[in-house]
Design a protein around this ligand. Structure first.
Ligand SMILES: *[C@@H]1O[C@H](CO)[C@@H](O)[C@H](O)[C@H]1NC(C)=O
Ligand SMILES: *[C@@H]1O[C@H](CO)[C@@H](O)[C@H](O)[C@H]1NC(C)=O
Ligand SMILES: *[C@@H]1O[C@H](CO)[C@@H](O)[C@H](O)[C@H]1NC(C)=O
Length: 372
């Protein structure tokens, strides 16, 4: 106690605070001190850009990403988000960031187990590139629980913990199946649905791309008042392994840049891309038909990007948006995925690997350029 007290009495702050009382002879000293402090502050400001790891983007990066696009940059949060690097140390987000969905107009519901690395990239992608500000992470019995992961996203592209709501679901042997449907309906919609106009149901290996300048939030707004539409469906673009046996050094979006061609009528892997995932209007949600599409109420239907009614599948088109599905990744990761299984007790079959790897493919580098 005594020690603490004497420390605080003699502290530099204490001395400075009392200087004015000591009269005119200290005015010169005060002026001098003020000058030194100002100089120090100025020097610190000069240092700042040097701390960052690129030399090219040293002017305040916030304006840069917005200059060629119509996105509003008035939001102070989005200006902060633009400086930084994942994973090639670029300090400028690419593509330009949409405004954050601070009203939580749309949220994402995700069932996941034991994939903290995947969750990291998933959260950063949707937080920064789609403005998502509410994630419901339904942790399907991870060990350790995913909520123990200290940080998501690499600063300054960190994902605030406040944007993520974790629910831990203990695995029990005889739980009802298909359990992922229960997660969607009873955990996500029932507990949180009414807080949002839309809820998207995607997996941690699915990354959304908006292919025009329309943002996800604007796109959903366009369908909000059409009561025929209970949910919007987005087609997969299925990525293959690109011949990689081992997990790549880079993240998933940079690591796998080849995709299976669309072949809607065929029975081979091209048919993969006919599958959709959905964003449902929570007010019209009436249950889960499959992980791909929801049952919608009051005579409403699920529609694809052309306004066409659809179910699990529709002839693949990717004009407005696309859901990049990294369904196999490298051979090593595919075998891990088989081990892990899905919440529906579904285990990816070896036949699945052969089908995806055997299909015609093409280069699809769109998401590889994304920062973060
Ligand atoms: C990015 O930064 C990391 C850590 O500071 C460094 O090890 C790496 O060499 C840098 N990479 C590039 C491409 O500059
Ligand atoms: C609502 O969406 C349906 C399905 O795409 C479409 O047929 C209908 O014309 C839309 N209604 C309005 C008012 O836009
Ligand atoms: C870093 O990312 C930016 C933006 O995606 C890209 O244009 C650039 O080529 C990348 N640089 C390297 C060294 O990968």
């Amino acid at each position: 106690m005594a020690h603490l007290q004497s420390l605080s009495n003699d502290s530099w702050f204490h001395s400075i605070a009392f200087i004015p009382r000591r009269g005119c002879k200290y005015i010169g000293f005060c002026a001098c001190l003020a000058f030194i402090l100002l100089s120090l502050t100025w020097l610190r400001d000069i240092d700042k850009p040097i701390d960052k790891q690129t030399s090219t983007a040293s002017s305040p990066p916030p304006q840069v990403p917005f200059k060629e696009f119509a996105f509003s940059s008035s939001d102070p949060e989005s200006t902060l988000e633009d400086a930084g690097s994942i994973p090639n140390n670029s300090t400028v987000a690419f593509p330009p960031l949409p405004p954050p969905d601070d009203e939580e107009y749309v949220s994402l519901c995700l069932a996941i187990r034991d994939q903290p690395g995947d969750l990291n990239e998933f959260l950063a992608h949707y937080y920064y590139h789609h403005g998502i500000r509410r994630f419901y992470v339904m942790d399907d019995g991870s060990d350790p629980p995913l909520s123990y992961t200290p940080n998501f996203g690499v600063p300054p592209f960190a994902v605030p913990r406040s944007a993520v709501t974790f629910t831990y679901i203990t695995r029990v042997p005889d739980r009802p199946q298909p359990f992922q449907h229960i997660i969607y309906a009873d955990y996500c919609i029932k507990n949180f649905g009414e807080r949002h106009t839309w809820m998207g149901f995607v997996d941690s290996d699915e990354f959304l791309e908006m292919r025009r300048e329309t943002t996800l939030v604007d796109w959903l707004h366009q369908w909000e008042n059409n009561d025929t539409v209970g949910a919007l469906s987005v087609n997969w673009i299925t990525h293959n392994s690109g011949g990689q046996l081992k997990r790549p050094q880079s993240d998933t979006r940079k690591g796998f840049g080849r995709c299976v061609v669309d072949l809607p009528k065929s029975n081979n892997a091209g048919d993969e891309n006919s599958h959709v995932k959905s964003f449902a209007k929570t007010a019209l949600f009436d249950g889960v038909n499959s992980v791909h599409y929801m049952r919608t109420a009051d005579g409403s239907v699920s529609v694809g990007e052309k306004g066409d009614a659809c179910g699990i599948k529709r002839p693949p088109t990717h004009d407005m948006w696309a859901l990049h599905h990294y369904s196999v990744k490298s051979r090593e990761q595919f075998l891990e995925k088989q081990q892990r299984g899905s919440p529906n007790n579904h285990h990816a079959a070896g036949e699945f690997w052969d089908r995806i790897e055997g299909a015609d493919d093409y280069e699809c580098p769109e998401l590889a350029a994304y920062v973060p």
